[in-house]
Design a binder for this molecule. Sequence first.
Ligand code: ATP
Ligand code: MG
Length: 215
Amino acid sequence: MTGITIALSKGRIFDETLPLLAAAGIVPVENPETSRKLIIGTNRDDVRVVIVRATDVPTYVQYGAADLGVAGKDVLIEHGGEGLYQPLDLNIAKCKMMVAVPEGFDYARAVRQGARLKVASKYIKTAREHFAAKGVHVDLIKLYGSMELAPLAGLADAIVDLVSTGGTLKANKLVAVEEIMPISSRLVVNQAALKLKRETLAPILDAFAGAVKKD
Ligand code: ATP
Ligand code: MG
């Protein structure tokens, strides 16, 4: 098999990867928002796109079911990055990983007083490392979505989530109190494919690198 399979998630990652693919001369023939197909052809016979959940992109690439993919730094940290070559920050799907609490909750004071905090998140590994580095004791509660609900429903004191405009936090009477790290999406490449398919992959990687927009 000399063809190339690219793993992408629907939504902002697919949309923001399109110009980079175009720079490599690759144009998907369908839009995953309107098509139900999970395997999408491109203008090139030797390149196809598979549409997977954002958190599943590293797994497809790690096992070689996809040769390359685009995944958020948030997702890559939780995955661990095993078997993945990460040559490029694509500077797309940018946001921040933040700690947020209900309006009126004095987070700084709770931390100062050494309180034990209940923290809900999809990003358990990132959250654990962040609070361990700060010396804050936390009970971490794993969630799979709608983190904003957790403090409102009394499940947690704080959440660790991605924030871009802050609109969702505000709508739920939460405030961001601490930035953990800036997030953007990265190109990930299967390490074996990089060697075995170098001739096909190298020009694609070069085109991506040349098309990345700097701040
Ligand atoms: P779903 O929303 O279907 O549960 P998801 O949250 O995993 O799935 P997206 O919301 O499309 O999928 O997020 C995909 C990636 O885009 C995330 O892993 C992250 O890197 C980035 N991202 C998430 N939220 C934002 C945001 N508000 N602004 C910019 N980038 C974001
Ligand atoms: Mg989402």
